[in-house]
Ligand binder design. Structure first.
Ligand code: PLP
Length: 405
């Protein structure tokens, strides 16, 4: 196996495959272990009953079969590129051109293209901690260094700007931001985005904006895109249908370059070179983008109301338990519970906490360690209200049994 492959490490996969799957059956057979599993770990909305794609989108998708079966231009179908160009020109500060739009297999491929085009061996990029481990894995597999800047849990998970700035050196090629965030569920204010852009501008660094959860904010809040705030900083915006259209299996995403005229000329050559070996993404799925994106805002609003309500239920039901603190999220589909492991007997960290909670109470959630952090667990807030209540009941019971005496 090549060195490139060996360097790939995904801590979420490793946790599931090496820690959870390896638990011997004998350790899961205690009669007091609940039979019905509670799985609040998967960041796939479709796993949860209420978070399937809009039925109208499905019809439009099927309508593409038989019409869009051939290859298309590698960066995507012209009508879809034009639609996204108009969408992001309207949303952002920059005039986006059709040649700035690249359709990809999910947001993952958009991130892969962006990182690989901007950086190479010896360079580094800045990524959030805690953060979704994908970008770090992409960079490390290519010998690109990764420097992790801190997010502040009690300041709405904003970036510690001093820490961010302190990591920049002459080899830094980009700052990667994820907003709204996985795993924190935070949504950055315009003011905070302005401050981040000021730092990027000072060091003349582009921002890779992972906005795959774009528009997924709780009712009454506003999502602000980096492309809408930046006046100077080149933004490589990565997004797609996986989350806001609840269709990750469609593997449909995009990379849109937002910047001053000419600033991306070399990058575009690089992206087209990479696409000439990857070819185009799924035509059936990308053809319906102009008919579905932003066409039914009430559908998404309804889902975000549900997600917010479930986060509130989680908060209500764990308030007052001194080892847990549920942080209020603002969007995406996550909430974070800070766990004070010091309060438990024989629990070393949150990875250990999650393994033991799974063994005794049949609850699966991901520990902070999967996201580069510690002392927290991430809860996917798409589960039914009854499931969230039962989750809280089991977490409280787990504490009662394992509390330090
Ligand atoms: C922050 C973040 N970025 C990117 C991705 C990958 O998105 P996609 O499934 O569209 O490749 C995910 C998936 O969970 C994510 O949470």
């Amino acid at each position: 196996m090549s060195d490139h492959c060996q360097r790939v490490f995904n801590p979420i996969r490793s946790f599931v495959e090496n820690e959870i799957a390896f638990i011997p059956a004998t350790e899961l057979s205690d009669p007091s272990r609940p039979k019905d599993p509670i799985n609040v770990s998967y960041g796939d909305p479709c796993v949860y009953k209420d978070f399937k794609p809009n039925p109208n989108d499905l019809e439009l998708l099927v309508g593409g079969v038989g019409k869009y079966d051939g290859y298309c231009d590698f960066p995507g179908i012209p009508e879809t590129r034009k639609f996204l160009k108009d969408f992001y020109t309207a949303r952002g500060n920059f005039e986006v051109d059709e040649s700035d739009v690249f359709l990809t297999q999910g947001c993952s491929m958009a991130l892969w293209l962006a990182i690989n085009t901007l950086a190479e061996k010896g360079d580094n990029i800045l990524v959030p901690n805690p953060g979704f481990p994908l970008s770090k894995a992409i960079a490390k597999s290519q010998h690109i260094g990764v420097k992790e800047y801190l997010l502040l849990p009690h300041q709405n998970w904003e970036i510690d700007l001093k820490d961010l700035e302190g990591h920049i050196d002459e080899h830094t090629k980009a700052i990667l931001i994820n907003n709204p965030s996985n795993p924190t569920g935070a949504v950055f204010s315009r003011h905070h985005i302005v401050d981040i852009c000021k730092i990027a501008d000072k060091y003349k660094l582009p921002i890779i904006a992972d906005e795959v959860y774009e528009d997924m904010v709780y009712p009454g809040l506003k999502f602000v895109s980096f492309a809408e705030v930046s006046t100077n900083v080149p933004i490589l915006l990565c997004s797609g249908l996986s989350k806001k259209q609840f269709a990750p299996g469609w593997r449909t995403g995009w990379l849109v370059l937002n910047g001053a005229k000419g600033v991306f000329d070399q990058i575009k050559i690089g992206l087209n070179n990479l696409l000439s070996i990857l070819m185009n993404s799924n035509t059936i799925c990308m053809q319906n983008i102009p008919q579905i994106v932003d066409k039914d805002p009430n559908f998404l609003k309804g889902k975000m109301e549900k997600i917010e309500h479930r986060m509130e239920v989680l908060k209500e039901n764990l308030t007052g338990v001194d080892c847990y603190e549920v942080l209020k999220s603002q969007g995406a589909m996550y909430a974070v519970i800070l766990v004070n492991v010091e309060k438990f007997q024989d629990i070393t960290d949150t990875k250990d906490f999650c393994v033991k909670l799974y063994k005794s109470h049949n609850v699966l959630c991901f520990p902070g360690e999967c996201f580069g952090g510690k002392n927290f667990v991430r809860i996917v807030t798409c589960s039914d209200e009854v499931v969230i209540k039962e989750l809280c009941k089991r977490m409280k019971e787990f504490y009662l049994i394992n509390q330090k005496k």
